[in-house]
Write a protein that binds this ligand. Structure first.
Ligand code: NAD
Length: 481
């Protein structure tokens, strides 16, 4: 059985506790590895290694840091097939999706921040002819990086790359449900020649290893991506220590389709925006609002397209919907489907475990893509993040109503708006409370743009120079002339 060890000071080390957590392949329900169940002492050792490494890494020229990060990107590319397969086995996602999205994005994350630091600028402020102020941007020290299971390598690299590019060292805590690509990345980081201690990876549960990081006195910065409830716990522990904190949290994203939209495009994109990665993408549109004149036609086409999605063994290139990440998570999602019925909803499609799965994956945590109509906006199924292959559909009659519906949750991560009317698009985009609004598209990402959530979807922005600003401290130097 493969044992996933911690990566501390450039070496793979067993956890002090000697305990391991089983790592289950969601598509089969089989244990495929054991993960270090780390305790605060392991986090202490990782933080100490990172602190030691920081003394020289912070002085390493940007050009050299850039070269090393580019090398990591290159090594991920060289190991593309293996990483895509590991990600799919560990998470349940179709390998085709890992190949199209997760691994290319991990490569890009390293390349993007490797080159961004070569173009970073700081500002200067002349105070008439009396003084010159200039801003230094300096790394903070040890960055604590906590990531979720839905896009394991994609989101882990989205944190590690800017953290170390900016001159910090880091201790990363990947999700205990999906540790395999993080473990492989540790090996590639060593192979690339990143000095020992610059990147440390500690595996284990959030309650033990995660919390040890958020409450560690020598970790001045936390970048966290995960659920909103966990985000509150991160704040509770990091707040009293005045850590710099970035929180990328949950969503309940609206997808608003106006009657004048390009219907074909809107349907073709709403299917993946609802069900891609089994709906386990924080940016998935889980509340679909369709203007009444096209509601029936949209729904017919949307249901017909969704029915055609191929559910099956994630390892098969043709599979479009894989397994949910765990049995517990599937039960949670099924609980919402049952609740939807109690709340007056009608299950138009799905809601069941698929029959006729291939032999290899009969024990996996599959659930059919599910479409629910007839729910009131205030119901729990329309308010709470389900994070599975479940979408609600609701008609609306005016832009004002669509905006009110879109804004009617505590979340504000992303939204999509579909219309051919440019003025309406700008007006509605400006009125929706969310960190990102896509117009006539979904998940089109430019890594330079600010990314993050409003309301309970998060605090702060990452992406491009926002990431480099987060991972550095601004210092003003005022020189009297
Ligand atoms: P989670 O909050 O359960 O776990 C996220 C990470 O935090 C894991 O590594 C976990 O071990 C760790 N953790 C758990 N408890 C902790 C604690 N008390 N202290 C410190 N660390 C702790 O989230 P999840 O179930 O892994 O991921 C799904 C959630 O992530 C969804 O809500 C989804 O919307 C959100 N998400 C948000 C974004 C975004 O960019 N906003 C991206 C992806 C996922």
């Amino acid at each position: 059985m493969k044992r996933v060890l911690n990566f501390i000071d450039g070496q793979f080390r067993p956890p002090g506790s000697g305990r391991y957590i089983p790592d289950v392949e969601p598509a089969t329900g089989q244990v495929i590895a054991e993960i270090a169940d780390s305790e605060p002492e392991d986090v202490d050792a990782a933080v100490a290694a990172a602190s030691r490494a920081f003394a020289s890494w912070r002085k390493t020229p940007a050009e050299e840091r850039s070269r090393l990060l580019l090398r990591v990107g290159g090594l991920i590319e060289e190991n593309f097939d293996e990483l895509a397969r590991l990600e799919s086995d560990d998470n349940g996602k179709p390998v085709s999706l890992a190949r199209r999205m997760d691994i290319p994005r991990a490569i890009l994350n390293f390349r993007f921040f490797a080159t961004a630091i070569l173009h970073a600028e700081t500002s200067a402020h002349a105070t008439d002819d009396r003084a010159l102020n200039y801003t230094l941007r300096q790394p903070l020290g040890v960055a604590g990086l906590i990531s979720p299971w839905n896009l394991p390598l994609y989101l882990l690299s989205w944190k590690i790359a800017p953290a170390i590019a900016a001159g910090n060292c880091c201790v990363a805590k990947p999700s205990e449900l999906t540790p395999l690509t993080a473990d492989r990345l540790a090996g590639l980081i060593a192979e690339a020649g990143i000095p020992p201690g610059v990147v440390n990876i500690v595996h284990g549960t959030g309650a033990s290893a995660g919390r040890a990081l958020t409450s560690h006195p020598n970790v001045p910065l936390i970048s966290f991506t995960g659920g909103t409830k966990t985000g509150a716990d991160v704040m509770t522990h990091a707040g009293p220590l005045f850590k710099k904190v970035s929180l990328e949290l949950g969503g309940k994203n609206p997808n608003v389709v106006f009657a004048d939209a390009d219907l074909e495009q809107a349907v073709a994109t709403s299917i993946p925006s609802s069900f891609s990665n089994q709906g386990e993408i924080c940016l998935c549109g889980s509340r679909l609002f369709v203007e009444r004149p096209i509601y029936d036609e949209f729904l017919d086409r949307f249901l017909a397209g969704t029915k055609k999605l191929a559910i099956g063994d994630p390892r098969e290139a043709s599979t479009e919907v894989g397994a949910l990440v765990s049995e517990a998570h599937r039960r949670k999602v099924e609980g919402y489907v049952a609740l939807a019925k109690e709340e007056g909803g009608e299950i138009l499609l799905g809601g069941k475990r698929p029959a006729d799965l291939p032999e290899r994956v009969r024990g996996g945590y599959f659930l059919e893509p599910t479409v629910i109509a007839g729910l009131d906006g205030g119901t729990r199924c329309m308010q709470e993040e389900i994070f599975g292959p479940v979408v609600t559909v609701t008609p609306f009659d005016s832009p004002e109503e669509a905006i009110a519906l879109a804004n009617s949750t505590r979340y504000g991560l992303s939204a999509s708006v579909w219309t051919r009317d440019l003025q309406k698009a700008h007006r509605v985009a400006a009125a929706i409370d969310s960190g990102t609004v896509w117009v006539n598209t979904w998940l089109l990402r430019d890594l330079r743009v600010p990314f993050g959530g409003m309301k309970e979807s998060g605090v702060g922005r990452e992406g491009g120079f926002d990431s480099l600003a987060f991972f550095t401290e601004a210092k003003n130097v005022c020189v009297k002339l």
